[in-house]
Design a binder for this molecule. Structure first.
Ligand code: SF4
Ligand code: SF4
Ligand code: FES
Length: 348
């Protein structure tokens, strides 16, 4: 026999809704999705919730639990205090369909826009050969279960519907990085595409996406930052600059580019070079190769929760990442600062 615990669950649809209170039995070893199933079985048979595997692999049961984006099937009830109220709300960045089910088609649109894998001309499927060492870096990104928790968390689109057209989001930045690092992908322009069409410039490396990824993919450190660095390299490396002056643009970017193999995607995905930028753009890279700090200038502050009393962005005490200190050097205690590889402090 378990114990009675207090739950608050948002119920409603696109026209509006409210948080409802429930007292539900909780047994040892259960996860939040178990409690939702018990609610459906005993008190609210029409409570809508999306799920499939109950094993953290299908990415369906994404929701916000006490304000933090999580998988319902991977959130153990033992992570909460015995007397703690558990509040469950839908993903906030996507339109609500009903109760905990949201319309995540934004992500499918962005997936279709992302240029697909483009093998070298003349290499047939079945003739692709790679060594494990060739795929070490990009393999991490293949762990993605498309739960869209990172997309839901990113402040560029959370509460900012107006940015969605110009911003693909972290899940598609790792897709771009994965293909950019793929030994058999023949496209040379993935970095530029990420910057000018996927809106990577709007990302200011807050690492909130990394914080919530249930697959522990280091989205920011291993995908976004390397891609940003390569954009800077291409624009400011003197040898690359010289090369771009000597060769014609079509020799550098488009000529001989293999078409992507997917059907029914955009012209760019099929291999056509892209020609126009889409706004709003992120900050420019300055002549010294740095970008301005944009946290305080971009209109990306979180608004009040539409689902009640949830606090977001996450309280700073609950995220590991802290903004970089303005100056690197020696601390008051005389020790060299530990700034990690990207110059960011990690809280412990
Ligand atoms: S690092 Fe921050 S701004 Fe960049 S994609 Fe992730 S959540 Fe969005
Ligand atoms: S990168 Fe992580 S958080 Fe984002 S969709 Fe994939 S598994 Fe989910
Ligand atoms: S039900 Fe599949 S990830 Fe939770």
């Amino acid at each position: 026999m378990g114990t009675k615990r207090h739950f608050r669950v948002w119920r409603g649809d696109s026209a509006g809704g409210d948080i409802e209170d429930f007292d539900v039995e909780v047994n040892e070893g259960e996860v939040v999705l178990d409690i939702i199933h018990r609610l459906q079985a005993t008190q609210t048979p029409d409570l809508a919730c999306r799920w499939n595997c109950k094993a953290g692999k299908c990415g369906s049961c994404s929701m916000e639990i006490n304000g933090k984006p999580r998988l319902g099937c991977m959130t153990r009830m033992s992570t909460f205090e015995e007397d703690e109220t558990v509040t469950i709300t839908p993903l906030r960045t996507f339109p609500v369909i009903r109760d905990l089910v949201t319309d995540v088609s934004f992500n499918y649109d962005k997936a279709r826009e992302t240029p697909a894998f483009a093998p070298p001309p003349g290499v047939a499927p079945g003739d692709y050969r790679m060594q494990q060492v060739d795929v070490e870096r990009s393999q991490e990104f293949r762990k993605c279960i498309e739960c869209f928790l990172c997309q839901n968390t990113c402040h560029v689109v959370r509460d900012h519907e107006e940015n969605k057209a110009a911003f693909s989001g972290p899940r598609y930045f790792i897709r771009a990085a994965e293909l950019d690092m793929h030994p058999l992908d023949d496209r040379e322009d993935r970095k530029e595409y990420a910057q000018s069409h996927q809106g990577m410039g709007l990302c200011n490396i807050t690492k909130c996406c990394t914080e919530v990824c249930p697959e522990h993919i280091k989205i920011t450190d291993n995908a976004i930052i390397p891609m940003k660095e390569r954009v800077v390299d291409r624009r400011y490396d003197p040898l690359v600059w010289l090369g771009r002056k000597i060769f014609r643009r079509d020799q550098l970017d488009g000529d001989g580019m293999a078409p992507s193999s997917s059907v029914g995607v955009t012209d760019v995905a099929k291999g056509a070079p892209f020609t126009t930028n889409r706004g709003p753009e992120g900050p420019e890279v300055r002549e010294d190769g740095r970008m301005d700090v944009t946290e305080v200038t971009l209109p990306t502050q979180g608004g009040p929760s539409p689902f009640g009393d949830q606090e977001f962005p996450l309280p700073s005490g609950r995220v590991a990442y802290q903004p970089p200190a303005p100056q690197y050097g020696v601390h008051d205690d005389g020790q060299d600062g530990d700034h990690g590889t990207d110059g960011h402090h990690q809280a412990h």
